[in-house]
Write a protein that binds this ligand. Structure first.
Ligand SMILES: Cc1cc2nc3c(=O)[nH]c(=O)nc-3n(C[C@H](O)[C@H](O)[C@H](O)COP(=O)(O)O)c2cc1C
Length: 169
């Protein structure tokens, strides 16, 4: 098993997947990571669609071009009623909570030998319709997951991170 520092250095957005199905026990490990993610006020507004049948994957392809052949897709949404609201201005925590949940999924996937890519380039209205999301659920992130294809490699931009110094203000 890789230590955490190595895992986050080596993870990259994978845009070419093998079609091989992901075992149910691995899906369960991923969902546990999503379950234990911290959320504002511990309100746990995350609501997750797990899509893996051919019919479901075909629906995903209708709302994003970014599945890249992955055999498993998580759509992480949040329930607007459940998400914590900041009393000063009413801003809710749903997008932040969902982003942490998606990060847990992404890093847990890497830890069990699976690749993923975070996708924001999707039609959220179409996704809600096609997936039959209940009113009040807002999809935040699509996460295709699978085994990397033999030709999978990081994008040329992957390593283009600014020095820490540039991030400090
Ligand atoms: C919020 C967010 C949205 C993203 N949306 C997309 C997307 O729609 N399509 C895509 O191919 N990659 C998407 N990415 C992946 C980023 O392009 C990628 O993380 C970034 O270029 C750094 O590369 P790396 O993940 O290989 O380190 C997204 C990443 C984040 C964090």
């Amino acid at each position: 098993m890789k230590d955490f520092a190595t895992l986050i250095q080596e993870r990259y957005s994978t845009r070419s997947f093998k079609p091989d199905a992901i075992d149910a026990d691995k899906v369960a490990v991923l969902l546990e990571a999503a379950r234990v993610a911290p959320t504002a006020h511990n309100n746990q507004p995350q609501r997750i669609k797990v899509l893996s049948s051919q019919a479901e994957l075909a629906l995903v392809d209708e709302f994003t071009p970014c599945r890249f052949g992955a055999p498993l897709v998580f759509v992480v949404s949040f329930d607007k009623q459940t998400a914590w609201k900041r009393p000063f201005d009413g801003v809710d925590s749903g997008v932040v909570d969902s982003s942490i949940v998606t990060t847990h999924l992404m890093l847990q996937a890497a830890d069990i030998g699976l690749a993923s890519v975070w996708v924001m380039y999707f039609d959220a209205v179409k996704a809600s319709e096609l997936l039959g999301l209940a009113d009040g659920l807002l999809p935040v992130a699509v996460l295709p997951v699978g085994y990397p294809a033999d030709d999978a490699k990081p994008s040329p931009f992957h390593a283009e991170r600014v020095p820490v110094f540039d991030l400090l203000i």
